[in-house]
Design a binder for this molecule. Sequence first.
Ligand SMILES: *[C@@H]1O[C@H](CO)[C@@H](O)[C@H](O)[C@H]1NC(C)=O
Ligand SMILES: *[C@@H]1O[C@H](CO)[C@@H](O)[C@H](O)[C@H]1NC(C)=O
Length: 376
Amino acid sequence: MLGLLRPLLAACLYLLLPSSSHGVPAYSNGFYYQDISSNRNGNGEIYFNGVRLHVESPELSVSATRGSSVTLPCHYRYEPELNAPRRTRVKWSWLPSDAINGLDSEQHISAALITKETDVMVAMGNRHRSYGVFRGRVRLRRSTPGDMSLVINELNANDTGRYRCEVIDGLEDESVTVELEMRGVVFPYFSQTGRYHFNFLAAQQVCEEQDAKLATFEQLFSAWEEGLDWCNAGWLADGTVQYPITSPREGCGGNDLSPGLRSYGQRDRLLDRFDAFCFSASIKGTVYFLKHPSKLNFTEAAQACADEGSHIAKVGQLYAAWRLMGLDRCDAGWLADGSVRYPITSARANCGSLEPGVRNFGFPPQDQKFGVYCYH
Ligand SMILES: *[C@@H]1O[C@H](CO)[C@@H](O)[C@H](O)[C@H]1NC(C)=O
Ligand SMILES: *[C@@H]1O[C@H](CO)[C@@H](O)[C@H](O)[C@H]1NC(C)=O
């Protein structure tokens, strides 16, 4: 056994020996000059390690609407300032929010940053290249020297996540990250057959059917800050189950607990069943109440929207139109999931409660007659 180990130990010792004999300084005073001959760049300028590269962003989080363009700010500069331009390479990469939400806990995020980031764009001088779902959809703003802000066109709900702007200068490599979120609205969703019927996968699926996604913790938290109060627990994208309470009461965590998000923590994604909190990013199209001479049953309603070249609206679309476009209509209408609802932004008599909101009649029998909301 020892016979086997000895050569191995010798090899390790060799690697541990100080390397001063190879011409590299064995210690550093933090300001060490390289061999002058390797310090000339293409412009004949002599540089040294006292120059620092700064990469900055004035906004660490940007929110945008679906279908629009967005600019993720990023700027670099040298300190002290340099007289001649240097050949700098810029790389934008991306960690999709799905990848962030798929993580079990905070401590895995740094590992995922390295393994799951994908390239968005690489630029050097005037040459640039974009990749994957961003091909042909991104450019650098370049409004001033050093401006490497990323402009993304035709945003879709999948573009959210953490973007890294990395500036690479043979000398140094610095980066900054900018979070991209969609403006949108959180809404609770429950099954036609009643409360607490969705496991995690089903919750993901029903949100998608409503043109939405499972909400993140941050999205539910913002919704709570804006006044969402809902005493039924729902799945979030990270696999936790929570609900938002603004006025504490019995049965919703109790009177003694201060307002906030009530959390059941991580639940069994397969076996445990709850409602869902969905997030609908702002929509590009419009939702409208169909002008029609008579009321309609569910099949007639869907057909009437189709006759107009539209679709019967989904719940997420109605919420987005209500919250982000101020849709206000005191007429109950069918939606694609078979529920009947109407959106109120300025509360008034005979239009439900005294708070703005989307009123919900649940899922009436489909031969009953109502109006209809279409989406185009
Ligand atoms: C977004 O992602 C989902 C699932 O990953 C996919 O089905 C959908 O087509 C994507 N949408 C766009 C606009 O890329
Ligand atoms: C709605 O009414 C049409 C007749 O106009 C009928 O054919 C259809 O079956 C009805 N749908 C439902 C769900 O009752």
